[in-house]
Ligand binder design. Structure first.
Ligand code: GTP
Length: 213
């Protein structure tokens, strides 16, 4: 039996090693900080159903390894992603400088319409900050990204990051900018939406009984 959600979105979490991708996913799924996090080998997976503007959306999230040696494996997961969290560590300038490369990969290997949310993680480490909010938001504007600063430690803005990205995808579906039926869109209808579509289809096909011959 199909689960009752309206849409399924495929999500990626990408960015430099150590920026906190696995901790963000863990906090989103388990609502707590993963304090024994080690480097991801290849990819890890998590999923959760969220409510976005009255629609239930199942997020299928692929957490990719940031280390260069896994790049060929992780790249193979980009295809057909509807959304991505592009993560840098706000206490690491290197992770910020690497964003352009990650962005190029996402836009060329995933769908060109992929919705990307830039995430400045480790917001709780204010004293060790190496990237200002202003320069990151300027980068986000220049590259047409949505932007949030988060802390996977305190949980600040973690939920918001996933929800904001989902909300943007949903809005683009509603305006017709994204087509869930396009192969590789990273979006699927769930059981609930399919039932609605079928009901609508039936009423379109039904002959108009009020007309008299
Ligand atoms: N203070 C603080 N530490 C964090 C935060 N997020 C992650 N960390 C720490 O940063 C380190 C790396 O976190 P991970 O989530 O494993 O990083 P990753 O991006 O998944 O790394 P790779 O799997 O190698 O790509 C760990 O020691 C975490 O405890 C945060 O928001 N605040």
């Amino acid at each position: 039996m199909s689960e009752t959600y309206d849409y399924l979105f495929k999500f990626l979490i990408i960015g430099s090693a150590g920026s906190g991708k696995s901790c963000l996913l863990h906090h989103f799924i388990e609502s707590k900080f993963k304090d024994d996090s080690s480097h991801t080998i290849g990819v890890e997976f998590g999923s959760r159903i969220v409510n976005v503007g009255g629609k239930s959306v199942k997020l299928q999230i692929w957490d990719t390894a940031g280390q260069e040696r896994f790049r060929s494996v992780t790249r193979s997961y980009y295809r057909g992603a509807a959304g991505a969290l592009l993560v840098y560590d706000a206490t690491s300038r290197d992770s910020f400088n690497a964003l352009t490369n990650w962005l190029n990969d996402a836009r060329t290997l995933a769908s060109p319409n992929i919705v990307i949310l830039l995430v400045g993680n480790k917001k709780d480490l204010e004293e060790a900050r190496d990237v200002t909010f202003l320069e990151a938001s300027t980068f986000a504007q220049e590259n047409e990204l949505i932007f949030l600063e988060t802390s996977a430690k305190t949980g600040e803005n973690v939920e918001e990051a996933f929800l904001k990205c989902s909300k943007t995808i949903l809005a683009k579906i509603e305006t017709g900018e994204l087509d869930p039926e396009r192969i590789g869109s990273g979006i699927q209808y769930g059981g609930a939406a399919l039932r609605n579509l079928q009901t609508r289809q039936r009423s379109i096909n039904k002959p108009d009984c009020t007309c008299r011959v």
